[in-house]
Design a protein around this ligand. Structure first.
Ligand SMILES: Nc1ncnc2c1ncn2[C@@H]1O[C@H](COP(=O)(O)OP(=O)(O)OP(=O)(O)O)[C@@H](O)[C@H]1O
Ligand SMILES: [Mg+2]
Length: 458
């Protein structure tokens, strides 16, 4: 064996020894096994995760990132560092276009100034203070677009695609498609749609849908208006609740996904915490629209976006519960779109996506579970993905019991600002989080916001 081989062997043994009690069965990834997660200048586009931890959660200088181009799922209770240690660093590190939805304005505050140096920054904040609005009437240019926009608005925020709510959402979408297209043809706005809903108008909107190309939509509206009284009332009530958050004073500038994708732009969606439910359908529809345009663009650019897009859904269950999030997590990755979805716990995912929750988790190739999780289902997830370990058998003793590599108790007691990274087929890696201001190369970018604040005050 050469000298180099001896040194490498000794190093590998040393690194393995840093793992807690080298058990039989599953174990944590050693530093030597973390190649796919190591942050490298030569591999841009990976999302910063912090530094690898070994032994008793001792931080090492090895910076980790989620592999580029793959969807990332983050599970972490409130205050665990999802925003300051994972999302803000991702937004500061990303060189191309970004769509970020959050329940607070924390992402715009921390990253808006830096992102503005890369391209246009837009904020859609229906609660007030935004710079643009989402206009479904403008988007309903023809029958297929009207059906798509109405369906996305009515159903995208529903999470699960079955059940009574989904049933009414489908019927409301049919009705709304007709009214949106009619309003578009009438050069009207959403106020006109609201008036038609209120008045149960038939002649006026149907009169605008006389073109044979609009026939399918016109038939849908006619059928909807012909429903028996109780059903019609429910359909109209559902449709009204869908467009209600979009009404009222709004900025003139209208959402344009092209502006975001062409110029390394940033689109921030912010909803006040107390109004999340009201705006969930709106945000889901906006994300849906941006992704639709991004997919079309990817197809025209050889299957992948030339300039990859980052989509971050903080508090995804509350803010933008896209009905087909599980499918998107799988399809985005291949097309140059990195999807990062954050949840407080797995129970949220199950409540929203029901039996599709498992696929949703699986379709994110990298999952990060942060310290302090008291959610038993998160422990089950880590146990099922992380495998089991067996303590060493004692001489003449009984066969050691198999137990999860990380059990519920250990998950809850992980140190503050720490996490487990379960990525692809790698053993579980342990990571110590770093707030954005302690990321080399990124802190300066975030500080841009503060510098600008001070300049404003001066
Ligand atoms: N700018 C800041 N400077 C110092 N500490 C901060 C700053 N922003 C947040 N913190 C603290 O860092 C911790 C992690 O905050 P963070 O907002 O990342 O949590 P989170 O996991 O996103 O929680 P939530 O689910 O409530 O959004 C919290 O204890 C918070 O008080
Ligand atoms: Mg947060």
């Amino acid at each position: 064996m050469t000298m180099l081989g001896l040194v490498a062997g000794a190093l590998a043994l040393g690194l393995l020894a840093l793992s807690p009690r080298a058990p039989a069965g599953s174990r944590f990834a050693s530093l030597a096994e973390l190649g796919a997660l190591r942050a490298r200048r030569s591999r841009p586009g990976g999302l910063p995760l912090g530094v690898a931890a070994v032994g008793r959660w001792r931080p090492t200088p090895v910076a980790l990132c989620a592999p580029p181009g793959e969807s990332v799922l983050v599970l972490g209770p409130t205050g665990s560092g999802k925003t300051i240690s994972l999302i803000v660093p991702a937004l500061l590190a990303w060189p191309g276009p970004v769509l970020a939805a959050s329940v607070k304005d924390d992402l715009v505050v921390a990253t808006g100034a830096w992102r503005a140096t890369l391209g246009p920054v837009d904020v859609l904040s229906p609660g007030g203070g935004g710079t643009l609005r989402y206009d479904p009437v403008a988007l309903a240019r023809d029958a297929p677009s009207a059906i798509r926009v109405a369906t996305s608005l009515a159903t995208a925020g529903q999470g699960a695609t079955t059940g009574e709510m989904a049933f009414w959402a489908q019927l409301a979408a049919k009705h709304l498609a007709g009214l949106l297209l009619a309003a578009h043809r009438a050069r009207g706005d959403l106020g006109l749609v609201a008036r038609w809903l209120e008045q149960r108008a038939d002649h006026e909107p149907l009169g605008w849908l006389s073109d044979p190309a609009d026939d399918a939509v016109a038939r849908g509206l006619r059928a909807s208006l012909g429903r028996e009284e109780r059903q019609l009332s429910s359909v109209l009530a559902t449709a009204e609740s869908v467009i209600d958050p979009l009404l009222g004073a709004a900025p003139d500038c209208v959402l344009d996904p092209g502006r975001l994708l062409d110029g390394s732009g940033s689109l921030f969606l912010c909803a006040p915490a107390h109004d999340q439910r009201r705006f969930a359908a709106l945000f889901a529809a906006v994300v849906d629209e941006v992704l639709r345009v991004a997919f079309l663009r990817a197809a025209s650019q050889g299957g992948r976006l030339a300039e990859p897009l980052l989509v971050v859904l903080d508090e995804a269950a509350a803010i933008a519960p896209l009905a087909d999030l599980d499918v998107l997590a799988a399809t985005c990755a291949g097309q140059g779109i990195t999807l990062v979805t954050c949840f407080q716990d797995l129970a949220q995912v199950r409540a929203r996506w029901g039996e599709r929750a498992g696929t949703l988790v699986n379709n994110h190739r990298t999952r990060v579970v942060l310290g302090g999780m008291a959610d038993p289902s998160a422990a089950e997830l880590v146990a099922s993905l992380g495998g089991v370990r067996r303590d060493r058998a004692r001489k003449d003793g009984p066969a050691p019991e198999a137990r999860p590599l990380v059990d519920a108790h250990e998950l809850r007691q992980m140190p503050a600002r720490s996490g487990l990274v379960i990525s692809g087929s790698l053993p579980i890696a342990r990571v110590r989080l770093r707030p954005w201001w302690r990321h080399r190369g990124l802190s300066f970018r975030g500080e841009a916001a503060r510098r600008d604040d001070h300049r404003d005050c001066a």
